[in-house]
Structure formats: structure tokens, C-alpha cells
Design a protein around this ligand. Structure first.
Ligand SMILES: [Zn+2]
Length: 486
């Protein structure tokens, strides 16, 4: 077993960057400069030991001069947009649409896993509905006309009309109804999806905060009674609160207007931010908070405690919940047999989360002017390791960084795939550190002067706290053992 793992280890090192020039010579299997003959297990081993190298990441590492590019790419409208463009996390295509580059996709996937955990934790079942929605379906609920220009509309070759779905109340309710009458024992039913949504924004802006194509989580719930539906509503709201707390986002839940979704009760989950487009009124004496749209014009006194004056703040809407009643289930005939074996119409709720908006909103409120700060769980990579510059007097410890990278991945399974090596050793540590700050790796580990000591120590920078410390290998392992990943 020992022999085998050493053999694999040597192969791993051999595949590592030749630029670092540290390992190949010492291993016999590489003496001729060739990789060992592949075995059937090779591909599996390779995948599980792959170490991401900054020089190979598809993400502009020579950070662009944004001031210069702003002429060609339209106005930089907010911090998150500027930082994400600067760091090469997104790339503009057409108005309101972006390429999400690999690091961003890693972050989105983490957020999706987190949302899955919370939604499935309250009994949610994930499905995936078509983005092409037929106009007939939307006409039955009367929303084909009501939605106006916001809806992206198109025709197929036969002339049939469709829209690119911005929301799926019609589709999911028809889906449920098409399966015949449910039993009350099968309810509540909580169905959700995390998919691309489309909205023809008149003026897309703020990067991923107000785009025309974006990711959203939309959940639809079906209950036996109004009372049961309120219970489900509350349980989804609690799951949202848990999600935002795990992300470290200070969300305010406010009473909201039901808009063209319809229904009787609605809340928005707002992330307070200077650039927020929603105006909120918040009471500092009691728990009351509401979107201005829901209030009497000019009202300044708290309607709940009547003791305080409401304070106005701005927010980015990152979640929205609706109790719909039977508005859609009635139209599409989504019914169930109640305990008396009589058919009844289901009571519905719908619950949105702006996935890409949560990501950009978090970057907006957590970041510094020149450095992205991620919610820890969403950072694309947790650790960046910086070996010394090539040809410096620290050449003797050059190999420590990659050795450390592999050790971390093996000793701390949660960090597997979360460690990158900044192998651009032709650049100074200082230059690479600057990039690392901008990209916001939660932990940056520098192999510097103190690594030459008898017990090598490494400079560890925690970007969230701004702390710098010098730790030996065990100290580093202890620190990183506490890192939470999803
Ligand atoms: Zn109050």
C-alpha cells in the first residue's frame, strides 16, 4: 500500500508544473522525461489529485485597466460589477447578459448546493422545467398580456407563440394537474428548480444585479388548506433566514406588494445597500419593516408599535415569497381529494431566490474598493499558495508550496479542489499578492523567508479579517481544518 501510494505520488509530482522544476528529476519513473505508462486507474487518480494552477485558470490574470475599458463596455454602474470585471470573473456579451467565467461558475455551484441543502431540508424536491413556455398556458392565467414588454416572446416555425420563462407558476400548476387528483396524504408538495430566467429589462444595469438573463431558484408549494399553506410559507421563510445567515448576509425581511404574481401575502428579503433600487421603511423599535410601495404615501409612523418613526433605507431584493391562495390552482384545476374524499383545490405559495443576484449582492456589500470579499462558503477557491520568485535566494524552498498544496488536499478532505498554486514564479510575490487580494481568496499562504528556518513557517493572510500570521505546517493545518465548505 505504501509503495503504491508513493508511486502515485511521484506521478502526481511529475505532472506538476515543469516551471517549478522541483520534482521530476528525483523520481526514476520520470528519468527519461516521459510520463509512466498509463494504467486503467490512471485517469481516476489524475482527476483526484489535480492541482489548479493560476497560470492555467481561464481568468485574465493580468488584471485589466478598467478605466480604459469603460468606454467600450458601457458605464461601470456599481462596485460588484467593476470588481467582477476587473478580476475576470465575468465578461460582458450583449446588454444585460454576461459570460460567467470558471471561477464564477464554481461560486454559483456552491450557492446552488447551499440552496439545495436548505430547500431539501424542508422537504423540497428539485425538478427542472422547460424555459420555452407556451403562450396558451400564459393566456389561461391572463398573464400573457399582463406581463407586457418584460416577457421575451418568440414564435416557432409553425407560428406558435412562446415566451422565455421568467417564472413558472403556470407550468408547474399544469404539471401537477396533469397527473390527476392527488390525495391529501401527498401534500404539502414543495417543488423547486434552479434555472436560467429571462426578463426584458428596459435598462439592464449593475452587472449581475439587474440583467436580462440570470439564475433563479423558484419553489412552488401545494397545500391542503390556507392554514397549512401559511405553515409551509413560514417554513420556507425560515429556510431563507438560515441560508442568508450561513452566507453572513444581514438580510431584512419586509412586507411587500404582490405585484403581477398575485396572491394575498408577500415578503421580500432585502440586502441593505447604497445602490439598492428598493426603498424600505424600517422601525428601529419593533420588528416592523416594509417596502415603501406597500405603505400609505407620506406615512412616517410605525403602524405596528406606533412608538417610533420609520427610517428609510435602500435594499437589493434577493428573495421574494408569495402566498398565492388558489389563483393558479383554480385556473389549472390542481386539485386533491381531502380527508372526506371530496375534491378540493390546492392552496399555493411561490418562493424566489435570485441566485446570481445573491452572489453579486454579497460582493457588493462585503467587498472593499479594490478587493473582493466573498461569503466564505462561496469563494471559488479557499486557499492560494504562493511559492517564491524564480531565481530568488529562496529557490531552495520553492518546492514547499506545491508539496503543501498536495498535503492540504489529502489531510483536509474538505479542501480537496479548493487549493490553487500561483505558479507564475516569474512574477514577484508582491505582484501575485496584489492579484490574490483582488480575487479575494479567503486564505493566502506565502512561502517566504521564514520557510527557510529549520521548522519552516509560512506567512498566512486571512483576507476576511485582514490578519497575518506565521504558522508552521501543523499550525496551518489546524487553522484550515476550521474552514467550512459546501
Ligand atoms: Zn415599530
Amino acid at each position: 500500500m505504501e509503495v503504491l501510494s508513493h508511486h502515485l505520488w511521484s506521478r502526481v509530482l511529475c505532472r506538476l508544473p515543469r516551471v517549478l522544476n522541483t520534482s521530476c528529476k528525483s523520481h526514476s519513473s520520470c528519468a527519461a522525461g516521459h510520463a509512466p505508462k498509463p494504467t486503467p486507474t490512471d485517469s481516476i487518480n489524475r482527476q483526484s489529485t489535480y492541482l489548479p494552477l493560476v497560470s492555467r485558470l481561464f481568468q485574465p490574470s493580468n488584471l485589466r485597466d478598467v478605466a480604459q475599458e469603460s468606454h467600450t463596455q458601457g458605464e461601470m454602474t456599481c462596485k460588484s460589477q467593476r470588481l467582477m470585471l476587473q478580476a475576470g470573473l465575468i465578461h460582458p456579451s450583449n446588454p444585460g447578459c454576461y459570460y460567467y467565467l470558471p471561477a464564477t461558475v464554481r461560486s454559483i455551484e456552491k450557492l446552488v448546493r447551499l440552496i439545495d441543502q436548505e430547500m431539501q431540508g424542508i422537504g423540497g424536491q428539485k425538478l427542472d422545467m422547460p424555459s420555452l413556455c407556451s403562450a396558451d398556458l400564459w393566456r389561461r392565467s391572463n398573464r400573457w398580456d399582463l406581463m407586457g414588454k418584460e416577457l421575451f416572446r418568440l414564435r416557432d416555425r409553425h407560428g406558435a407563440e412562446y415566451c422565455l420563462g421568467p417564472t413558472h407558476e403556470e407550468a408547474v400548476t399544469e404539471l401537477l394537474a396533469s397527473h390527476g387528483i392527488l390525495s391529501y396524504r401527498q401534500l404539502p408538495l414543495l417543488l423547486y428548480q434552479i434555472t436560467r430566467k429571462f426578463r426584458d429589462e428596459p435598462k439592464p444595469r449593475f452587472g449581475l444585479l439587474r440583467g436580462r438573463e440570470f439564475y433563479m431558484k423558484d419553489m412552488y408549494t401545494f397545500d391542503v388548506s390556507e392554514e397549512a399553506a401559511y405553515h409551509t410559507y413560514e417554513s420556507v421563510c425560515q429556510a431563507y433566514a438560515r441560508l442568508f445567515s450561513r452566507l453572513g448576509l444581514p438580510i431584512v425581511k419586509v412586507q411587500a406588494d404582490t405585484g403581477n404574481i398575485g396572491g394575498k401575502l408577500s415578503h421580500e428579503f432585502q440586502l441593505p445597500a447604497e445602490i439598492g433600487e428598493d426603498r424600505l421603511l424600517v422601525c428601529d423599535s419593533c420588528s416592523f419593516s416594509a417596502n415603501v410601495e406597500t405603505m400609505e404615501p407620506g406615512q412616517t409612523d410605525c403602524p405596528q408599535c406606533q412608538q417610533s418613526t420609520l427610517v428609510e433605507t435602500k435594499g437589493i431584493e434577493v428573495g421574494h415569497t408569495f402566498y398565492l391562495g388558489t389563483k393558479y390552482s383554480h385556473v389549472f384545476n390542481a386539485t386533491f381529494n381531502n380527508s372526506l374524499n371530496k375534491p378540493a383545490v390546492t392552496e399555493m405559495g411561490c418562493f424566489g431566490l435570485g441566485v446570481t443576484r445573491i452572489l453579486a449582492g454579497a460582493i457588493e456589500v462585503m467587498s472593499k474598493e479594490e478587493a473582493i470579499h466573498w461569503p466564505g462558503l462561496l469563494a471559488p477557491y479557499q486557499v492560494c499558495l504562493l511559492p517564491p520568485k524564480k531565481g530568488s535566494k529562496l529557490d531552495e524552498v520553492a518546492g514547499l508550496a506545491e508539496e503543501l498544496a498536495l498535503t492540504l488536499g489529502e489531510a483536509l478532505p474538505r479542501l480537496k479542489g479548493e487549493v490553487v498554486l500561483d505558479d507564475r514564479i516569474q512574477m514577484t510575490i508582491g505582484k501575485r499578492l496584489k492579484d490574490a487580494y483582488r480575487l479575494g481568496y479567503p486564505y493566502v499562504v506565502v512561502v517566504g523567508q521564514k520557510a527557510t528556518e529549520e521548522t519552516p513557517r509560512f506567512e498566512v493572510i486571512c483576507q476576511q479579517t485582514g490578519e497575518t500570521m506565521f504558522l508552521n505546517r501543523d499550525g496551518l493545518l489546524d487553522l484550515l481544518r476550521c474552514v467550512d465548505t459546501v
